[in-house]
Every structure is written in structure tokens, then in C-alpha cells.
Design a protein around this ligand. Structure first.
Ligand SMILES: Cc1cc2nc3c(=O)[nH]c(=O)nc-3n(C[C@H](O)[C@H](O)[C@H](O)COP(=O)(O)O)c2cc1C
Length: 221
């Protein structure tokens, strides 16, 4: 069986690579570039007022005819608006971050949206599976931000053993080696964030990209 087949079939993509939703970073151009490349591009709702999110979701459709997703950051004060904008735009895939995705599952799944929550623990992974999640993204603390305390190396096999739905690993994965490691741990796909910040289609400041590219294991002097 081809590796990642359950994820590619579920999401309608060619390679089991999801571009992480990233507040202030993941906009239509980046998402479209990833989707056109065969992965799943995602627009991050967290930093966008509802009108801007609506505009970006309409824009991505002019840039790609491939599936794409929206990331709904549940801690954001505009999360409920984002769910409605995603519903109105019949978004193919929704990922969620920083919270329990019950409302997103309830509202978007009946519309045909595949809902893939980000989880830090086996307990939340099991709960969202019971609630009807199509897959989960297990995010290790390498990813930074609003996540749990386990590393990707530890959390991925635990979550893989805890649920039957496909598991996508995130946190500290930036190239083929990391992807192979995630698959060795039982993941069926990867979500990559920081590496995509450096993409030429990503609109962040060049200094941010350079800081990532120049990062070393040693602390700066
Ligand atoms: C700048 C930045 C902003 C992020 N914002 C969000 C967000 O709004 N919602 C979310 O669920 N995850 C967010 N994430 C996490 C990413 O979606 C992804 O899971 C993570 O970056 C994966 O780890 P990596 O950067 O080591 O590849 C963010 C990550 C970065 C780097």
C-alpha cells in the first residue's frame, strides 16, 4: 500500500503534506502554491477579520482548482465568525487549533467539509474521533505556540495507537528525513509550518525567512 494513501484519498491531494495554518502568515497565495504542488494549502483564520477571511477564501479559488483548507484557531475571538465564513464558502477541509473542535465538527461536517483537529494528547485525539473527526494532526511541542508538552517523537506513536482515523504528525518536520521519521512512527501524513514560512510564495518579511534559514543549534552569541 502506498504510504499516506488514507490521507491523500481523504483530502483529495497527491502527497500527504499539509501546510500548517499560521496566523499572519498563511494566506491565499501560499495555500494555493502548496495545493498546486500536490499538498494541502491552508489559510489561517486566526489573524483575519471575517471580511478578510472571506476575501482570501474566494481568492484561493482563483489561484487553484485543487483542495485547500482553512485553519480555525478556537481561542481566537473571531472563531465563531470564521466557522460561518468557512461554511458559506463550502471549504473542502478545516483544521482546528488550540481547543476542542466540537462546534466546527457540528457546523461544517454536515456540509461535506473534512474536519481535522490538531491535538496534543491521546485523550483529545480519542474524543475528537468519537465526535466524528476525519483525521487528527498530532502536534509536538517542537511546533511552538498553543500546544502540549510532549514531543512529536513521543506524541505521534501514542496517538497512532490510540485512534483508528489517520494521524498526521506536526512539529519539527522540515524535509524528507523528518517526513520519513514521522511515517516510521506510524503517521500517515505530515503538517509542516516553519519550512513553508520560507517559501517564496509566503509574504512574510525577508528578515523572518533569513532568521529561519540561518538558525543553528547553538544559541546566538
Ligand atoms: C508563525 C506560526 C503561526 C502559527 N499559527 C497557527 C494558528 O493560527 N493555528 C494553528 O492551529 N496552528 C498554528 N501554527 C502551527 C502550525 O500550523 C504547524 O502545526 C506548526 O508550525 C508545525 O511545526 P513546524 O513549524 O515545526 O513545522 C503556527 C505556526 C507558526 C510557525
Amino acid at each position: 500500500m502506498r504510504l499516506g494513501k488514507r490521507v491523500t484519498e481523504l483530502l483529495g491531494i497527491d502527497c500527504p503534506i499539509v501546510q500548517g495554518g499560521m496566523a499572519w502568515v498563511a494566506e491565499a497565495e501560499l495555500a494555493a502554491a502548496v495545493s498546486n504542488g500536490g499538498g494541502l494549502g491552508i489559510i489561517a483564520a486566526a489573524s483575519m477579520p471575517p471580511e478578510l477571511l472571506d476575501k482570501e477564501l474566494k481568492k484561493v479559488r482563483t489561484l487553484t482548482d485543487r483542495p485547500f483548507g482553512v485553519n480555525i484557531m478556537l481561542m481566537s475571538p473571531t472563531a465563531s465568525d470564521a466557522i460561518e465564513v468557512a461554511a458559506a464558502n463550502r471549504v473542502p477541509v478545516a483544521t482546528t487549533g488550540a481547543g476542542s473542535p466540537g462546534k466546527v465538527l457540528e457546523r461544517l461536517k454536515p456540509l461535506g467539509t473534512k474536519v481535522v483537529p490538531v491535538v496534543p494528547t491521546t485523550a483529545l485525539a480519542r474524543r475528537v474521533e468519537r465526535q466524528g473527526a476525519d483525521a487528527v494532526i498530532v502536534e509536538g511541542c517542537e511546533a511552538g505556540g498553543h500546544i502540549g508538552e510532549l514531543t512529536t517523537m513521543v506524541a505521534t506513536p501514542l496517538v497512532v495507537d490510540a485512534v483508528d482515523i489517520p494521524v498526521i504528525a506536526a512539529g519539527g518536520i522540515a524535509d524528507g528525513r523528518g517526513m520519513a521519521a514521522a511515517f516510521a512512527l506510524g503517521a500517515e501524513g505530515v503538517q509542516i509550518g516553519t519550512r513553508f514560512v520560507c517559501a517564496s510564495e509566503c509574504r512574510v518579511h525577508e528578515n523572518y525567512k533569513r532568521a529561519i534559514l540561518n538558525a543553528r543549534t547553538e544559541a546566538p552569541p
